[in-house]
Ligand binder design. Sequence first.
Ligand code: ADE
Ligand code: ZN
Length: 336
Amino acid sequence: MSVSKEFLLGLPKAELHLHLEGTLEPELKLRLAQKNHIDIGQSTIEEVKASYQFDSLTSFLMVYYPAMNVLQDEDDFCALAVDYLEKAKKHNVKHCELFFDPQAHTSRGVPFETVINGYYKGVMKGREMGVDAHLIMCFLRDMSADSAMETYKAALPYRDKILGIGLDSDERDNPPMKFAEVFDMAKKAGFHITMHCDIDQVNSIGHIYDVLHKIGVERIDHGTNIVEDPALVDYVIEKGIGFTNCPVSNSFVTSDMKGREIVYLLQRGAKVTVNSDDPAYFQSYISDDYYALAEKYDLSKEDMIQIAKNSFSISWISDEAKKKYIAMIDEYAKEN
Ligand code: ADE
Ligand code: ZN
């Protein structure tokens, strides 16, 4: 084993695939349930953890969405973001682009402004702590295209608080093209765009083709099924399109972490990155994901440094900021 956990913890990183709702730790869940008088069906941390039983994206989402009921007011959303950002700081995350799912809250009566203002307050506190945090608003793909459009319009008055637009939730029967119109509008309005292409979905490769050639995303979230199509692999390498990979999450919702695919893409020069997805549910924060991948696939320090550099180079920051963070990695590598 050539790369240590300590080295990976201290390595400067960007986190680009993190669902804020997936950072709801049992402690905070119970505290907010009590504060807001919400019966979540569990009253101890052990009981909450025992409810975390999933073996697919669908079964994970069935545990994930009901838990969000505990989030009610601005302070709750802010507390959730701050909780994550404090952990991110410990993992030496310098920059992060955080997914949030407004429809998971507006659909149960929480106003859009409560969600965005609460999360943004948390983001500002993160910046004060030295973590350059930003928000990516995701549409839930198992809701209608009309609902996504309505959410997009509700977000426009807050556009200075939103860096990009994404697509998540259950991919089955919900292909990327269902949302072509709203993503086209978002792109024309100057938002960055990305989409989940989850692991081993029905018609994964067709979805990856469409997000690349029809929607024109800048990144793909997950997307390792691309290895099944050499022409698409050549295309992403040529265009420098990045992947936000989540090895530990993959191992929960499929049979493995898809490390062979991630390593193959890395060796081909594709811009793969490592991220934690829903760390409270998979009990793995970003450095743990780095370590899990490095250990299982015997990756070198140089490999992990490349992954960290990729995380800044595919992030949505200025070229100047990218250079600064990449120099920081080189400095760290020299000293460690
Ligand atoms: N929402 C939270 N985690 C997700 C994932 N891995 N895929 C799709 N939607 C999600
Ligand atoms: Zn995700």
